[in-house]
Design a binder for this molecule. Sequence first.
Ligand code: NOJ
Ligand code: NOJ
Length: 574
Amino acid sequence: MWRSLRLASTLGLCASAFGQSSTVDSYISTESPIAKAGVLANIGSSGVESSGAYPGVVIASPSTTDPDYLYTWVRDSSLVFKMLIDQYTSGQDTTLRGHINDFIVAEANMQQVPNPSGTVSTGGLGEPKFNINETAFTGAWGRPQRDGPALRSTAMITYATWLIANKNETYVTDSLWPIIKLDLDYIMNNWNETTFDLWEEVDSSSFFTSAVQHRALRQGSALATAIGQSSVVSGYNTQANKILCFLQSFWNPSPGFMTANTGGGRSGRDANTVLTSIHVFDVEAGCDGVTFQPCSDVALSNLKVYVDSFREIYDINAGIRADQAVATGRYPEDVYQGGNPWYLASFAVAEQLYDALIVWSKEGLLTVTDVSFPFFQQFDASIKPGTYSSSTPTYSTLTTAIKNFADGFVATAAKYTPSGGGLAEQYTRSDGTPNSAFDLTWSYASALTAFNARAGETSASWGAAGLSVSPACSTSKASTVPVIFNVNVTTVVGQNIYLTGSVGALTDWSTTNAILMSSADYPTWSTAVTLPANTQIQYKYIIVNNGNITWESDPNNEFTTSMSGITTLNDVWR
Ligand code: NOJ
Ligand code: NOJ
């Protein structure tokens, strides 16, 4: 009886994995043209929903009330046009050149518009949004936002590089370079100043902003070299080196994630960081952690910590197994428009994982380190740090499970996409109804880039390969050791086991940020945590069910971590 039940549930799992993959296939085939049309509809002046926007101006959404998004944001527009420029330069869509030229003219005009952040030479390039007729928006806002010039120059440099390869260097030098240079000089001179983050709320330093600035300066210095503008090169490179060093300081080794902002007073878990990994992806850079590549150990650990922070807070995630995809949002503490999951966040998680799969397949191997161990352990409870070549069963097990996990995030977005295929900004945490701005241009663009990554497509590389921080950049990490916590506990559907304890890596006895354990080896729940070496630690397991918490009985469990090597703790719930 037990055996046949077990067999039935195993078959059920396989069937559901196949079912999911074909559900995702069919969602992609219907959603792709809708998303593409959704993007083009929001670009002036010909876009059917663009409501009088000037040519090349991207509206964030046609929504005019609650929220009013009938404006153009430099960030949204640049991310959208980076996607379109990639489609054009790769030959995926050869009809986009007119739109690209319009975008360049529109952005060049807005660069020159005096606005509340300043003029073109006094900080105005940090202005986050404009009216759709290219005039300044003068209302109160979180400004400046310094990711805009970086994302815009990256989009334009990508186009410029293609033009040079296609024998149009004169246009690049005469027309594009002066526009690009304004943004790059702004980054070079101001990257070290505070900025509002990409969510327009926290005024501090921000991982996403610094990372895209770093990328823009690297690409800018390569472009400058290619067109003989060598006078800027050393300035751009010097600042890029400093930004790359600064980026390392966002790493929080326990429990292994990039803190999104230096300010803000939040947990620091934020889609900011997952978006960073996909927007700095360079297929030539392997799994480099210094530039936060999608398959790097730091970015994978970060992905898990980010995703897990949403498991208990959204009703629609209730009852979903700890190793499966869930709905995710900007950050767990978010309250904007209800503080819901965002489509672009779901797509970003999927895209990071698809990018990772592309690189592992290209390199014919994947590596599990102490840092990425908790991520991989979700998919193979007995995994050990090491390198697995593509001919090993472990590689197949892991990559199959990770592809499936990635598809789960697309399937989540698909599940909450209404029948017409429209993508709003959010879907509610209570029942997944589309919410906030409808037809969000960025949502559509994020779907398209995730779909392309799933199909194995990559964008032009930007020079991330081989970068490293200088010896003078102190990024020394304190000594840590991996510890595997196993606890045997019988649970019922809806219950998850979390670990919490006396040090930062164990969330300082938090119940809301406690560490979710994997049930892959049920009734053993496990997780791997990187703890400070040679330190006395106290901990307990908790059962969480829909926000209700049951603690293990007293006293606290206690042990001292080793100086080195992996420790496994085998506990029984009490
Ligand atoms: C509008 C911004 O666009 C959004 O990101 C923010 O959450 C809200 N204002 C609240 O500050
Ligand atoms: C609010 C988001 O937080 C911000 O990132 C975006 O630029 C605007 N909405 C417009 O879509």
